[in-house]
Design a protein around this ligand. Structure first.
Ligand code: COA
Length: 134
């Protein structure tokens, strides 16, 4: 677990690679006012940052990203479990997220349920998902 202040460069680097370069999310949408107040998570492998996520104080999980070369190896799942456990430890009990439609099965594996119709963010179809914990 880390903060924007402490690990801004590493967090920016992985989010730039996955969201801005790979998924063509406009840079102006990627960085927002919630980075400063969120908890951030970094997963490293042999000193290389390979995955990240953030948790807002209101229970929203977001910016979940695993570098392309490291996908489908279980790292995203492990990171999501850690984020959920951290939320539980902090008594943040109502979790929600805006899932890219292609990632819905990934979140369903950890018990999140779809709770909205499709909407678009950065031109990518999303649905809101939620999970009550603890
Ligand atoms: C979505 C993402 C974070 C998943 O991370 P990952 O490390 O590849 O996922 P894991 O290897 O831990 O997968 C966990 C499970 O979810 C499944 N899964 C992962 N991505 C999936 C997808 N896009 N569609 C369907 N199932 C998926 C895996 O098959 C695996 O299931 P299994 O345990 O039965 O084999 C990763 O693909 C990613 O960073 N994508 C680009 C950025 C992105 O879209 N982020 C999500 C924004 S909402």
């Amino acid at each position: 677990m880390t903060s924007w202040e402490k690990d801004k460069l590493a967090l920016q680097s992985i989010r730039r690679e996955v969201f801005i370069n790979e998924q063509q999310v406009p840079e102006a949408l990627e960085w927002d006012e919630f980075d400063n107040s969120s908890l951030h998570f970094i997963c490293t492998l042999e000193n290389k940052v390979i995955a990240t996520a953030r948790l807002k104080p209101d229970g929203k999980i977001g910016r979940m990203a695993v570098l392309q070369d490291y996908r489908n190896l279980g790292y995203g799942n492990k990171l999501l479990i850690f984020v959920i456990q951290t939320a539980c430890d902090k008594n943040i009990n109502n979790l929600y997220l805006h899932a890219q439609v292609s990632a819905i099965p990934f979140y369903e594996k950890q018990g999140f349920s779809v709770c909205s119709d499709i909407f678009y963010e950065a031109n990518i179809p999303h649905r809101e998902m939620s999970k009550i914990i603890c």
